[in-house]
Design a binder for this molecule. Structure first.
Ligand SMILES: [Zn+2]
Length: 256
């Protein structure tokens, strides 16, 4: 089996992604496309069918329960019915990553029945590892002095749920879109009212606005990596390694 990334490893969340001619060539050659689902891949659709009508798509989030909606913060922007309010960022949570792995194995088994046993065994071994990691996050949550945080965009809502953190505000209500001065002031006010402890920015977006807000509110700021990006040929333990680093950063920042 030959595995390739459709979107460059350095790209990040594909919120405003558009398929390139190179992507179309990759799709034309592929047998299977694994997607996140839940509306994350809005760029897929008719062009994909045109590029490869026999392409099989595995939706790794299909059937997963307890899906979160984007928090009530910024609800107005999501209230028109064309906008999907579900939060698709399952991948930034080890608890959800366990389910994604099992879903992917199920999809592959349907397409390639002779491999079913090995897909299932590998996925269950990985899921067990992810669930143990998620247990570490929830154990940390119980030790924290202050569990109230601000994030860059909605990417950490599932990890926050794993850990028992409360996201009281987000810097970018729409991913990639910077807040206005009035919105920034509102965030500072929320930080004070909620006695929030820290702002977590992401390596995938500029951190300047987050730093400005943190300075204004007089709270800590750190970088958490949702693993929306990675190295081109990432090692198999890359996700786990980055998540363990996040665990340490959360502990250090929120327990200070
Ligand atoms: Zn995102």
């Amino acid at each position: 089996m030959n595995v390739e990334l459709l979107i460059p490893a350095k790209f990040g969340c594909p919120h405003d992604y558009a398929l390139t001619p190179q992507d179309m060539q990759k799709l034309a050659k592929a047998d299977v496309l694994i997607i996140n689902g839940l509306g994350m891949e809005e760029f897929l659709g008719a062009p994909v069918k045109k590029a490869n009508s026999s392409l099989k798509i595995i939706d790794s989030s299909s059937g997963i329960k307890d899906i979160l909606n984007f928090s009530d913060i910024g609800k107005k922007e999501h209230s028109d019915e064309h906008h999907i309010a579900v939060n698709p960022h399952l991948f930034a949570s080890p608890r959800m990553a366990a389910l994604l792995a099992i879903n992917i194995a199920g999809g592959l088994s349907g397409i390639d029945p002779p491999g079913a046993e090995i897909y299932s065994a590998n996925a269950h071994a990985y899921a067990e590892k992810m669930n143990k990691l998620a247990d570490n996050f929830s154990a940390l949550g119980k030790r924290l002095k202050n569990n109230r945080i601000i994030t860059q965009h909605g990417v950490f809502d599932y990890l926050a749920r794993d850990t028992g953190l409360r996201v009281v505000a987000v810097v970018q209500q729409h991913a990639g879109q910077e807040p206005s001065a009035a919105e920034m002031l509102k965030i500072v006010k929320t930080i004070r009212n909620e006695d929030a402890k820290a702002i977590f920015t992401e390596p995938q977006y500029p951190k300047k606005i987050g730093l400005t807000i943190a300075k204004e509110a007089g709270i800590a700021t750190e970088i958490l990596d949702p693993v929306a990006t990675g190295t081109e040929n990432a090692s198999l333990d890359y996700y786990e390694t980055v998540m363990r680093r996040n665990l340490k950063i959360l502990e250090k920042t929120l327990n200070e």
